[in-house]
Write a protein that binds this ligand. Structure first.
Ligand code: CU
Length: 675
């Protein structure tokens, strides 16, 4: 038996606390945190497995041993039961007898910015700048809100307002998520991003990571995910700046960004990308949706496409809250002696849609289009609808599919986007509500065969009366995009994913791509106008959503490795601690390990062009990555695969895992495009 912890509380000693199984672990954590209670401490692994509570399903906070006079816990289940009974986080949401949506919010239309350019339902450009190819100019602030005043955000109407970081054109109009930006294809948007964040972060940032190091203030920089823009406007993680530009990162040049929007219509999003603190800045609220529209082309499809009541963005993320409605993030790292605060994944037990916890939306008995973004740090959503309703996918990430694809459920990793049609006329005549729900394990995919609890996402209250629906889903969508052709690849690159743990524990310390730190010299230098095959080798137990800036790609194949332990061992070589390693897939017999490996079908709705792809553990995933603009066939003649800007200028681009907690701990690498 381990030595019992001496735990003292502020008010009185916990004399009768009896820690048997747990005491040694508590001891270590308490010492690490130098805390007088168990505030934000989580148990260490037991028998090599992390208890359920670790992943935030219970999300214990402000947890004091003094809340009870006698504790005797000999096993994990009683510990969990104790945690549960004294849980203070999310208490309001989990009050027994509270019907999930019984007191939730009616979801408003999201605020939007139309970049001085609007268009009519019929598809023709309208507004005072019609025909003006100089586009619109927006100045967007990221501001910190406080507990009082106009800047605070209520994640639920019955919870107090709380502190967030938010985007808006002014303090008064800042929202979480930020306003949806409507851009028009070929009409550039100019956005000046300004930073009004406070001197200190309110979430655990963890300066022990390779992170931005300002003299003072909270760094931020904005990346337009899915956007095709020069790297000076791409939000390079080292182009960060603090309030008043008092500190700037080494790649900072200007806060005035230009987005050409010379790309096919689709769904994008903008979010913080500051080095080493993206996970806390996005968790605090620095994100928003962005659309590129092609009114003439989209009007032909017959599906809602101009925004408005029947064409909605749904921005999903998971969060935990304290009793007073504040955002909660565990502040003790899993390896506190290495990284005092960093945790390998953030999971919250409350689902927030468009800034409201478990909201409802009143819908009419007809088709709706939902552009669904998973803006979580690490949570995967496996989405389905009650009442036998299906999703008809029309787009995936930033690109339309060639043909609609119907599914009963689908998996959405962090930063993936699904563009779906839902027809509420197909639900039973007597049905009054449809629930959007998810049942993906967290972390994903979890243990083999793990079955996750179903969690609610939001609820649709369906109008009683049927109505005429002028929309239709066409047989074909954007059929003129080039089909992926493996013969166009000019070379093959291998990208191996590694996770490193602290000796003697199963706890991650950091994650690398190809055994290299983020700041190591650039190794990926694709040539403009070409395509490359990327064989992404996942040597970890997690599914990592890989995102490549600037490019779109097609997932061609995903195949399991055989004898993966042996292969991993060889790839790591002697450098088990991290940097370096052998990282030579050919020498380690990649072909032999792939021979006869199970092939995993790419889901039909993901067979188009994407910018995020879910790389399964112990597989090799082959992507055909395009380093040239996407254009319809017969268009873009004479440009010979050139981007409409100097793609070699500026600090360059990056590719990374889009689990934000991984990205912040070096699962990211630089990329330079050459000519
Ligand atoms: Cu990852």
């Amino acid at each position: 038996m381990t030595r019992c912890a001496t735990v003292t509380c502020r008010a009185k000693p916990c004399a009768s606390a009896s820690w048997t199984y747990w005491c040694g672990l508590v001891d270590r954590q308490v010492l690490a945190n130098k805390s007088s209670n168990m505030t934000q401490n989580m148990p260490a692994p037991v028998d090599g497995r992390l208890p359920h509570v670790y992943f935030g399903h219970l999300a214990v906070t402000n947890y004091s041993l003094c809340t009870t006079t006698s504790l005797s816990m000999t096993n994990i289940s009683s510990f969990v039961a104790f945690m549960r009974s004294h849980e203070k986080t999310n208490t309001w949401f989990h009050t027994p007898g509270t019907e999930l949506f019984g007191k939730s919010d009616d979801m408003d239309m999201c605020p939007c910015l139309r970049a001085r350019m609007a268009y009519s339902e019929g598809g023709s450009l309208a507004d005072h700048t019609a025909g003006d190819r100089n586009g619109g100019t927006i100045s967007i602030d990221c501001a910190a809100s406080t507990m009082v005043g106009l800047l605070s955000w209520k994640f639920h109407r019955d919870l107090p307002a709380t502190r967030v970081f938010a985007f808006g054109t002014s303090k008064e109009t800042a929202t979480v998520p930020g306003p949806t930006i409507f851009a028009t294809r070929g009409v550039p948007t100019h956005i000046t991003w300004t930073n009004h964040l406070p001197p200190r972060h309110f979430l655990p940032w963890d300066r022990s990571l390779a992170t931005a190091r300002p003299r003072t203030g909270v760094p931020t920089v904005v990346h337009l995910h899915g956007g095709v823009q020069q790297s000076t406007s791409d939000g390079h993680s080292m182009a960060w700046f603090t309030s008043g530009f008092s500190s700037t990162g080494p790649h900072f040049s200007s806060p005035a960004y230009s987005y050409p929007n010379e790309q096919p219509p689709g769904n994008l999003w903008y979010h913080d990308h500051a080095m080493g603190l993206t996970r806390v800045n996005i968790l605090a609220g620095l994100l928003g949706a962005y659309r590129v529209s092609d009114p003439a082309a989209e009007a032909k499809l017959g599906i809602p496409s101009a925004g408005g009541e029947f064409d909605r963005n749904l921005v999903l993320f998971d969060r935990d809250f304290t009793r007073d409605g504040a955002l909660f993030m565990n502040a003790t790292g899993n390896n506190p002696t290495v990284h005092p605060q960093w945790q390998p994944e953030y999971f919250g037990s409350v689902v927030v849609v468009n800034g409201k916890a478990w909201p409802f939306l009143r819908v009419r008995r007809r088709r709706y289009r939902f552009r669904i973004l998973n803006a979580s740090n690490a949570r995967f959503f496996k989405l389905s609808l009650s009442g036998g309703l299906r999703f008809v996918h029309v787009g995936s990430d930033s690109v339309y599919l060639a043909k609609p694809v119907a599914t009963d459920e689908f998996l959405l990793a962090p930063s993936e986007m699904a563009d779906v049609i839902v027809d509420f006329a197909q639900t039973a005549k007597t049905a009054e509500a449809v629930v959007l729900r998810s049942d993906a394990p967290a972390p994903y995919p979890g243990d083999p065969g793990e079955k996750a609890d179903t969690v609610a996402v939001m609820k649709f209250l369906v109008a009683r009366n049927p109505e005429h629906d002028p929309s239709a889903v066409p047989a074909g969508l954007m059929t003129r995009y080039p089909r992926p052709d493996v013969r166009e690849a000019v070379r093959t690159r291998r990208i191996a994913m590694y996770e490193y743990t602290k000796k003697g524990t199963d706890e991650p310390t950091h994650l690398y791509l190809n055994g290299r730190a983020y700041t190591d010299p650039v190794t990926e230098t694709p040539r403009e106008g070409t395509s490359e095959l990327w064989e992404v080798i996942n040597l970890t137990d997690d599914n990592h959503p890989l995102h490549v800036h600037l490019a779109v790609f097609a997932a061609l194949e995903q195949r399991s490795l055989r004898s993966v332990d042996e292969f991993r061992e060889c790839m790591r070589g002697s450098a088990s601690g991290g940097a370096g390693g052998r990282n030579d897939a050919k020498a380690c017999g990649l072909a032999r390990h792939l021979a006869g490996g199970r092939r995993h079908a790419v889901p039909r709705q993901e067979r188009g062009l994407k910018n995020v792809f879910k790389v399964r553990p112990s597989t090799v995933t082959t992507l055909l990555v395009r380093f040239k603009p996407l254009e319809e066939e017969n268009e873009g003649k004479g440009r010979s695969g050139r981007f409409p800007f100097d793609v070699t200028a500026g600090p360059g681009y990056v590719y990374h895992c889009h689990i934000l907690d991984h990205e912040d701990n070096e699962m990211m690498r630089p990329m330079r495009i050459v000519r």
